[in-house]
Design a protein around this ligand. Sequence first.
Ligand code: SF4
Length: 193
Amino acid sequence: MKKLLMHACCAPCFVYIEDELRKKGLRNEDGSYEKVDYTACFYNPNIHPKVEYERRKEAFIKFCNIKDVKNIIIDEYELNKFLKDVVEQVGEKKKYKVRCEYCYYTRLKKVFEYAKENNFDIVSTTLTISPYQNHEIIKQVGKKLQEEYGIEFRYIDYTENFRQGQKMARELDIYMQKYCGCVFSIDAGKWVY
Ligand code: SF4
């Protein structure tokens, strides 16, 4: 059985996906499913403020405990690095065209590094259940990292299951945030990018 490392951006986005992984397996491009040995990985170093980072990390731990999901937490909080890199690397003619591209790349790169060191076959991310994320950029970033690390990146569009996942998270009393994560995405509780 293949080993999947699923990057979890937060617990609510993982709830539906975990349910599907457990009951059916991992979705293939042709719509079929394959059973996988999955582990969830929390690495989201730019959630602002720190107290919110801790809240989301605790929600992830709570959910993994409820469902008895194998998990790892890369517990690194890097606000200063994130802000410095956004200024230096994001913008016209810089390495990244938009902030979220940089954010996806750095988060997923760390997950790929862990996957490589620990012999995982596939990497995926719960970011792609959210209709608020930029799926094209996530796909491009994932495929770039697939080339870099020689590990498959599985892009799956779970957006049709987003509301169902939120409902399941509420039923389990899992904390649900009101913005994506970084300081730039906080705007009076609205989702902004
Ligand atoms: S809005 Fe979300 S995806 Fe974009 S940079 Fe901020 S935390 Fe990352």
